[in-house]
Design a protein around this ligand. Structure first.
Ligand SMILES: NC(=O)c1ccc[n+]([C@@H]2O[C@H](COP(=O)([O-])OP(=O)(O)OC[C@H]3O[C@@H](n4cnc5c(N)ncnc54)[C@H](OP(=O)(O)O)[C@@H]3O)[C@@H](O)[C@H]2O)c1
Length: 293
């Protein structure tokens, strides 16, 4: 039995759609909303919340492998609750969705320190482990959809700074490969897209996918921080700004071959992702079939 946490989230949903039909899968979710269905061999969806330890202990019963997604750097005890519950239930292995920033020597922001601590927690847990370390998700740029639809513009920080961002569908492919094949204990995978590109280049790619120009406007740091504070607690917003500064210094341009070595597929490029998601940015006409995958 595989327990998928974060199964209603960006990566988890895509993992659930790709796991073999006959694999027994339990999905942890606070509400169950957003968890995909699997006709024929339904997922066992259990209600659980990292802030309710008993619910996490109950979810672990009979589980061999956990796909670990935690999301709140301001609540690090959630990670401890998950690992403790897994160990107590006799779980064999943990496959953790981490972040590539943990490998950046110069990264000391709150989110990166939290992910490093979580890796250490798992590494010393006595269970087998594998770490998936993706660079930024291409889906983060869905946050630009409203201004693209309304004004044909992307307003963002660091227009010319580059990031080897990855399609979360590729992260899910890597996760499925790890979850379903032996010999993964102690492995870490650096997961990137095929090229490092800038927000201005991403805006241009979205414009090409839409068939109309999308212009880029540089956002001053104080406006970027104000925007981040509308979506995240202040410490997380500040961590994201620090991360943007590292991107400005060129820390996120490395392209890794781990995804291709693991899955046998080349990573998806941003223009392909933009075409597949053009409807979200206001494209009219038929929705691309691969979009939801
Ligand atoms: N975005 C990026 O660019 C990026 C890059 C590298 C690494 N990462 C890492 O990826 C992870 C996030 O993955 P994601 O983007 O796939 O997730 P996501 O879309 O942000 O979704 C969050 C998931 O976590 C679950 N969740 C949240 N709070 C919970 C709680 N208290 N108890 C139980 N479940 C809870 C939610 O499930 P329910 O709502 O169903 O309960 C949901 O499925 C983070 O660790 C992040 O650091 C992100």
């Amino acid at each position: 039995m595989i327990l998928v946490t974060g199964g209603s989230g960006t990566v988890g949903r895509k993992i659930l759609r790709r796991l073999p039909q006959d694999t027994p899968v339990r999905v942890l979710s606070r509400s169950g909303t957003g968890v995909p269905e699997r006709p024929g061999n339904p997922f066992e969806v259990v209600r659980g919340d990292y802030d309710r330890p008993a619910s996490i202990h109950a979810a672990m019963a009979g589980v061999e492998t956990v796909f670990v997604v935690t999301c709140d750097p301001c609540r690090p005890w959630q990670d401890e609750i998950l690992v403790e519950a897994a160990a107590a239930a006799g779980v064999r292995s943990l496959v953790k969705l981490s972040a590539l920033a943990v490998e950046d020597q110069g990264a000391h922001d709150l989110v990166t320190r939290w992910q490093r601590d979580n890796e250490e927690l798992i590494r010393t847990s006595g269970m087998e482990w594998t770490f998936l370390r993706p660079r930024a998700f291409m889906t983060n740029t869905l946050g630009w959809a409203r201004t693209i639809r309304e004004d044909g513009v992307v307003r963002a920080l660091g227009g010319t700074t580059r990031n080897a961002c990855i399609d979360p569908r590729d992260v899910a492919r890597a996760a499925v490969q790890v979850l379903t094949s032996p010999g993964q204990h102690g492995r870490t995978y650096a997961l990137t897209g095929p090229e490092a590109i800038s927000p201005a280049q991403q805006a241009d790619a979205i414009g090409r996918a839409l068939g109309r120009p999308v212009r880029f406007e540089e956002l001053p740091p104080h406006e970027a921080l104000a925007g981040l504070c509308r979506r995240y607690p202040l410490p997380v917003a500040q961590a994201l700004l620090e991360s943007a500064e590292r991107q400005h210094a060129g820390a996120k341009t490395r392209v890794s071959t781990d995804l291709a070595a693991l899955t046998g597929r080349q990573p998806t490029d941003y223009l392909t992702w933009a075409h597949d998601n053009a409807h979200a940015f206001g494209a009219t006409g038929l929705r691309t079939l691969t979009t939801a995958a």
